[in-house]
Design a protein around this ligand. Sequence first.
Ligand code: HEC
Ligand code: HEC
Length: 345
Amino acid sequence: MKKAAFIAGLLLLVVACKKGAEVLPDLSTLFTGFIKPADFPDPVYDVVANPVSEAQFELGKKLFNDARLSRNNTIACSSCHIQSSGFTQHGHDVSHGVDDRLGTRNSPQIMNLAWNKAFFWDGGVTDLDLQPMAPIENPVEMDEKVPNILEKLRADSKYPGLFKDAYGTDEITSSRFLKSLSAYMIMLISDQSKYDSVRRKQAIFTVAEQRGYTVFKKKCASCHTEPLFTDHSYRNNGLAPSAINDLGRYSITLNASDRYKFKVPSLRNLQYTGPFMHDGRILNLAGVLDHYTGEVTDQGTLDPLLKQADGSLGISLTDADKSDLLSFLNTLNDHTFVRNKLFEP
Ligand code: HEC
Ligand code: HEC
């Protein structure tokens, strides 16, 4: 619908509502382009050089949900990044790809990506526009080649027209294909949690949430930094090496001081995204807190913040601190994000 016609329609509805007849449409489902939340830092992704149009966003959304991106047309990006699970593969510790092949890592959230300097648990990819090549070509994920995908799209009755709407001509190139996926993904902004409302002075924390916030700022925020809840660094938070001995950041830099370091994940939407950690080894948040208080191990690269002056490892938290922290973490769940119709296929 053309914008003017839409606004006219909206005004009519408002008039109609005065008579108590109709219900106003949900404005959050309107495409607005990329808008930086006022209290977020400047994005890393160059949204000025790559403005997202509605046609590119819609094309990216269709591609993200299209199983033809995989070798045997069974796995879409959205198979492992499910909106209702905060764009993770809820319930799976490591990802499941074509032929139900298992990966080695937990699907991370696709959220607030425009602020990420690097992608994957080890930061192995630094350009969002190139990131989809990795899952597409990974034999345990989609096991396909981009030229094959482009052939499938060209043979489709709808895609050439959609590329024309998005880019002016119906040429289907790998750069247009990848740009469209980025256009969809950078629009997945989560900034409507209770925490955000409190920051914007539109709500207040309960007493327990406020106490939890105080503990959080003292014991967690150096790594899980507000308002994105990550400082985008790679750190070793003391998980014991697993059977496959994933060395994390070291596999990219080959620098011994990076062994067992992983990207600090955001803590938004944890209600939807479990299990937790790079290999999904911890089932729930109580388990995460138990890890920090009692299960931290030192493999030589443990973060200094997790070594106490008396030589003990981890973070000290009383049972009351833990309960308050859980209340605070609960305020980071953005229910409108996981249900936003704009993001749905
Ligand atoms: C079989 C499951 C699976 C499929 C299919 C899949 N992903 Fe992923 N995705 C993962 C896993 C697992 C990771 C983490 C990999 C790692 O850290 O090594 C990941 C990481 C990512 C990241 C990085 C997020 C971050 O914060 O670092 C992005 C972006 C992403 N995927 C987008 C996509 C897109 C786009 C597609 C489709 C072209 C896709 N994924 C298909 C499982 C999957
Ligand atoms: C020294 C930095 C550091 C501190 C301090 C820290 N974390 Fe973490 N946290 C990390 C890293 C790194 C990971 C990812 C580790 C991995 O998967 O290997 C992580 C993972 C998590 C996860 C899992 C998220 C997911 O999506 O899988 C949760 C939840 C979490 N931390 C909560 C907390 C809380 C609560 C505190 C304070 C009590 C805290 N963290 C303190 C660095 C830190």
